[in-house]
Design a protein. Structure first.
Length: 537
């Protein structure tokens, strides 16, 4: 790292998504000088990058926003019960303008490396734009679904058509009348396929693992709905923040087998009609992701729905999952029905793997060359730690986070790593698995208090106090996250939630599955104990 410093601030915040924006505000309000750097050309984070057709949050609109600006919360509009990407982006732009935060932000600036300097107790941050920055505190809001997973295939360079990853979407591309291939059918692939199927000439969906998808229940947000939310907003947030997933429904405490077959059907059908993936998985019965028997009942219910929606038995067979219903729950706006179009086809990659990309498209092992004008990689992300391990972030012992996390990413509370003083991660490894804005807020507010404690004392004493978590705290937290997830079927399904989607990445626990309510209690106890998991020097 070039150690020439060009600019010194109290805190550097990296990333201008939900996390970075709020962190910036909190630290500015505290009186710190803050520089927020962002690789993209503007704010938005996830909602800047993911502009693909059909991009939508699957958290209900009234809970996919900040809870801390009461006045704004009651006024700022939303058009449907789920937000499309343009609406979320506009909302975040509005927040930044409303709180006058843009002046602290520097765009088109990537943090390319960072190093702790024990002599000055500061972080030196190297940027893509040249000059290094120096700060007492480094807060990373770099996102947990942000570093693209872009699998490489033989011949991929030969392909002459358009090639896009969903997470780096071009501002303009007209799919109308085009022959399109979509690789991947996670949340993103499902949204893209559902959207473009209506207007492309031909759509070939390359699927490695079929998914269980339930309806979203998206509808127009009526004035009556808005009035009801407004009248109850305090209670709604309280419930969400005390619940496990913060999706706005009560998680079920009823084991599936404790009720009759008829009752099970009724509960599933009711959740199906209401919509929302998390509600179906966690609002119906308490043991769908812990009991194989309960899981199979939920899976059977969804499978029968798929069979009822897809006319062609061969397509239905390919689209119907047989493994556990144990990945991030998905919801849709008519995904399966799109396969009733003659021009929409499904290729099962386990039956016919991709052998190579050609000039014209994709060749599969059954000898077919699929000719395509555009290929969309909806292949997901190197989730959670991807943005940390792809650059050099060096702590006290000349060790990078990448080296430290070779056996799996760990932290204390999803926030702090021993030997990386004054570094705070928003949504770092082993943070809560929830609707994310309320978890982000919880973490940002905790970080702010922690910094206030140290910064306040440095103003008095003239020295910088250093905050560092302990090895024991990190070890105990990691062990707890591991233990909580031991019985979860999520662990048996390969997905990004346990780091199983990126070749070469070690499978490990990446989330705290105790729920937001409990997580908030843990953070409260941490504050009340005088931060027993940290030491200050
Ligand atoms: P992000 O929004 O990911 O922002 C991180 C920012 O950091 C990015 O702009 C990136 O460019 C920048 N950055 C990263 N590394 C660097 C660097 N080295 N230097 C400079 N800048 C850097 N969550 C939900 O709760 N509900 C949903 O319904 C939901 N839907 C989603 C749908 C999609 C398609 C995706 C991808 C994610 C979804 N998520 C959802 C998760 C979503 O990421 C979070 O809800 C939230 O937006 C995360 O905000 P963040 O600020 O932590 O990170
Ligand atoms: P996901 O959920 O990781 O889905 C990625 C999809 O891409 C999934 O269907 C994968 O199949 C498929 N994939 C990944 N790599 C390959 C290769 N090499 N070949 C074929 N298919 C592949 O990412 P999303 O973007 O959909 O969603 C991520 C989260 O963002 C989501 O949960 C929301 O929170 C927002 P697999 O299932 O691994 O067999």
């Amino acid at each position: 790292l070039d150690h020439t410093i060009h600019s010194k601030v109290d805190a550097i915040v990296v990333g201008a998504g939900f996390g970075g924006i709020y962190m910036c505000k909190k630290l500015v309000d505290q009186g710190l000088s803050v520089r927020l750097i962002e690789a993209a050309s503007d704010i938005g984070g996830t909602w800047y990058w993911n502009r693909y057709p059909g991009a939508m949050s699957d958290t209900n609109s009234h809970l996919y926003r900040y809870s801390w600006d009461k006045e704004d919360l009651l006024k700022y509009p939303w058009s449907r019960t789920y937000l499309r990407q343009p609406e979320i982006l506009k909302y975040l732009e509005h927040v930044v303008e409303r709180h006058n935060l843009r002046q602290h932000m520097q765009f088109n600036t990537m943090m390319t490396g960072a190093e702790w300097n024990p002599e000055t107790n500061t972080w030196t941050v190297q940027t893509s734009t040249g000059p290094n920055l120096e700060a007492n505190y480094l807060v990373t809001g770099v996102g947990l679904l942000s570093k693209q997973n872009f699998p490489v295939y033989p011949g991929i360079d030969k392909y002459k058509g358009k090639l896009y990853h969903s997470g780096a979407w071009p501002k303009q591309y007209d799919f109308k009348g085009k022959r399109v291939g979509v690789l991947g059918n996670g949340s993103t692939g499902v949204q893209i396929i559902t959207d473009i199927a209506d207007y492309v000439k031909q759509l070939v969906c390359f699927q490695r693992t079929p998914q269980y998808v339930v309806p979203s229940g998206d509808k127009v947000a009526t004035p009556e709905h808005r009035a009801e939310v407004n009248a109850n907003y305090d209670a709604i947030w309280k419930q969400a923040k005390e619940s496990a997933f913060a999706f706005g429904f009560e998680e079920s405490t009823t084991p599936l087998m404790s009720v009759s077959k008829e009752e099970r059907e009724r509960v599933f059908e009711d959740a199906w009609q209401k919509g929302n993936g998390f509600r179906f998985m966690f609002g119906t019965f308490s043991d769908i992701v812990t009991s194989e028997e309960a899981n199979e009942e939920a899976a059977k219910f969804i499978r029968s729905k798929i069979r009822g929606k897809v006319n062609d038995p061969e397509k239905a067979r390919k689209l119907t999952p047989t493994d556990f219903y144990a990945r991030r729950p998905l919801c849709d706006a008519g995904y399966y029905e799109k396969f009733n179009y003659d021009h929409v086809d499904i290729v099962d990659l386990k039956e016919a793997p991709i052998t190579e990309f050609t000039e014209k498209g994709i060749k599969t092992a059954d000898g077919i060359e699929h000719e395509l004008d555009a290929i969309v990689f909806a292949t997901g992300f190197d989730a959670v730690d991807g943005n940390y391990t792809s650059i050099s972030i060096k702590g006290k012992n000349d060790e990078t986070l990448k080296q430290r996390w070779a056996d799996g990413a760990t932290s204390y509370l999803g926030l702090s790593v021993p030997d990386f003083p004054n570094l705070f991660m928003i949504l770092g490894p082993n943070g809560p698995f929830t609707n994310l804005p309320p978890s982000i807020e919880t973490q940002v507010e905790f970080i702010e208090e922690l910094i206030a404690r140290s910064f306040g004392s440095s103003a008095e004493t003239g020295s910088n106090r250093v905050i560092e978590t302990t090895t024991k705290a990190e070890h105990d937290w990691t062990e707890m996250c591991d233990n909580i997830s031991k019985d979860s079927l999520f662990r048996k399904a390969d997905s990004w939630i346990f780091g199983a989607n990126v070749p070469g990445k070690k499978k490990s626990v990446l989330f705290y599955f105790g729920g937001l309510g409990q997580y908030r209690q843990v953070l409260d106890a941490e504050v009340k104990s005088g931060y027993k998991g940290y030491h200050f020097y």
